[in-house]
Design a protein around this ligand. Structure first.
Ligand code: 5GP
Length: 189
């Protein structure tokens, strides 16, 4: 299978990664979203096979055994997430580049596996305070879950400089333009 490229968006939860991802995918035909597998429960409005492949823990473990993942992580306690090799192959066979929305550790693992054809873009929130407000406004998370995500964000922010590039999501329109510019440069070189 001919390998295309991987564009990895990574950020602490609440940094605005999903909005930036959606905009990139809408504006750039050459890109296609790599749908991850997860064992977390489905949220209102999400669609199985579009937002994620929702697996039971047994199904997920079975896929690990089959070596079906290029990377997987227990992102939160008892919540597993992983990038399926079959997704990358599906996207590359269409002649497109894969866009991954994954956590910081997953992004580091992708860079190790695909050092030459991956571009890791870290999205920084303007501050931890903004991050907390965004998570509260989202209203999908319990207080305990927000606290868990903030704790993880504190350690993830330290990695911002380890990636290929980073943008600060202060002004969303500007962040989208910056992201598009960086991704265009990467896929055309
Ligand atoms: P959420 O539950 O909010 O959809 O996602 C939680 C975190 O898991 C986010 O940081 C998201 O980017 C990350 N994530 C989603 N899919 C994957 C994946 O396939 N692998 C890894 N390592 N992280 C993922």
């Amino acid at each position: 299978m001919k390998q295309g490229k991987l564009i990895v968006l990574t950020a602490p939860s609440g940094a605005g990664k999903t909005t930036i991802k959606t905009n990139l995918l809408d504006r750039m035909d050459e890109l296609s979203f790599s749908i991850s597998a997860t064992t977390r429960s489905i949220r209102e409005g999400e669609v199985d096979g579009k937002d994620y492949y929702f697996y039971t823990p047994e199904e997920f473990k079975g896929k690990i055994g089959e070596n079906a993942f290029v990377e997987w992580e227990e992102v939160y306690n008892d919540q597993y997430y992983g990038t399926l090799r079959s997704e990358l192959d599906r996207i590359w066979s269409l002649g497109k580049h894969a866009v991954l929305d994954i956590d910081v550790q997953g992004a580091l693992n992708i860079k190790e596996t695909y050092p030459d054809n991956s571009f890791i873009l870290f999205i920084k929130p303007p501050s931890l305070e903004t991050l907390k407000k965004r998570l509260q406004l989202r209203d999908t998370e319990s207080d305990a879950s927000i606290a868990k995500r903030i704790n993880k964000a504190v350690s993830e922010l330290e990695f911002a400089d380890s990636f290929d590039s980073y943008i600060i999501n202060d002004d969303l329109d500007l962040a989208i333009l910056e992201a598009k510019d960086l991704v265009s440069k990467f896929i055309h070189t």
